[in-house]
Design a protein around this ligand. Structure first.
Ligand code: MRU
Length: 351
């Protein structure tokens, strides 16, 4: 990954994030110093991608409690932690990493609140826990990259959808991690990136980070992937995930389901790459995954600059879809690749 593009880091008492809404035109950073600013950054996709949202939430919660000023009242502090977490959890509904990270931070606070600990000491421990979440995220990306590379190494040309790269995590990404690991080993993949309407994460973000890293990348409009796959060029598809149910059904950026169907029609393997924090084993299948609906502007007013739908026409803008697990060749996690039958094999590896 190119060091010009740093998704999130802790610097000068703030969470510093790259503003992804401005990419690729501007590489500009925001110092997030309050929970409200982090809520807003997550909501408007200044920071985005399931694992990065998890890391942002952990720092966001710390920012939301660090100014709590009654050092002696641990119970009031714990209530404050829970309240602030509840608020931050309402920023976006689909990526389960948001809830996972907040749940982990809350549990950590409660588990460590005994023995007469002071609020200030517990705050410091919460900050350390957020740093651990960031650090684990980095390690998880690399592990996914290694396992994914073993599956992809003979597939010279790969298609991906949305951005599940370094800019969706703290480093390396999930779907793009095998490509970066390949580069380190001297294996260069060619990548086709779907543009990913309506917010163009593929065109704006995936192509930027891959090209900055020296990986050959070609952007296509979403409606071109069938004809590109029909040429026989694409040897595998790989995408990230926002939430994976216990049976392997996978929510990811809208359009992913279509890619999986087209891949199946052309006998092209379709892989999902995601950390264990993206699994939601409390739900049996994808019908239980809440799908975020975003505003009409994203569809009707192209990148905020040009009206593309008449005012009186309705717009439907679901931000994610669910790919049924029967279309998924394997799910690559930091603990190894999971193959069908998913109910059994997910439970065995992660349960
Ligand atoms: O709306 P976004 O840009 O947050 O959606 C991102 C995706 O759908 C990614 O593919 C997913 O979060 C995986 S990121 C490793």
């Amino acid at each position: 990954m190119n060091s010009r593009l740093k998704t999130i880091e802790w610097r000068n008492s703030c969470a510093r994030i790259i503003d992804q809404t401005l990419l690729p035109e501007q590489i500009s950073y925001i110092d997030v110093d309050t929970l409200d600013k982090m809520y807003h950054a997550i909501k408007i996709l200044q920071i985005r991608g399931a694992p990065a949202i998890g890391v942002a939430a952990a720092y966001g919660l710390y920012l939301g409690v660090r100014d709590f000023n009654n050092d002696a009242d641990i119970n009031a502090f714990l209530k404050h932690v829970d309240d602030r977490a509840e608020y931050l959890a309402s920023a976006r509904p689909t990526a389960v990493n948001l809830f996972w990270a907040l749940g982990r931070m809350k549990k950590f606070a409660h588990d460590n609140s005994g023995g007469g600990i002071s609020v200030n000491a517990l705050k410091k421990m919460l900050f350390d826990e957020a740093n651990r979440i960031l650090d684990e995220d980095r390690k998880m990306c690399r592990a996914i990259g290694e396992y994914g590379f073993e599956l992809l190494k003979d597939k010279d040309c790969i298609l991906t959808h949305c951005n599940a790269g370094g800019l969706a995590t703290s480093e390396f990404g999930t779907a793009l991690a095998p490509i970066y690991v390949g580069q380190e080993k001297g294996v260069i993949f060619k990548v086709f990136a779907d543009e990913t309407r309506p917010l163009l994460q593929g065109a704006r973000i995936t192509s930027l980070e891959l090209s900055e890293a020296g990986i050959p990348v070609t952007v296509i409009c979403d409606n071109m992937s069938a004809s590109v796959m029909a040429t026989g060029k694409i040897k595998a598809c790989i995408v990230g995930a926002d939430r994976i149910a216990a049976n392997g059904d996978t929510a990811n950026k809208i359009g992913t389901y279509g890619v999986a169907l087209i891949a199946a029609a052309h006998n092209i393997p379709f892989y999902v790459a995601a950390p264990s924090s993206t699994f939601d084993l409390s739900i049996p299948d994808g019908t239980h995954i809440p799908i975020e609906e975003r505003g009409r502007e994203e569809v009707a007013n192209w990148m905020g600059t040009k009206k593309t739908v008449p005012d009186k026409v309705m717009v439907f803008n679901p931000s994610f879809d669910v790919t049924p697990s029967k279309l998924i060749t394997a799910i690559i996690t930091e603990k190894g690749a999971i193959f069908p039958p998913y109910v059994d094999n997910i439970a065995k590896l992660l349960g």
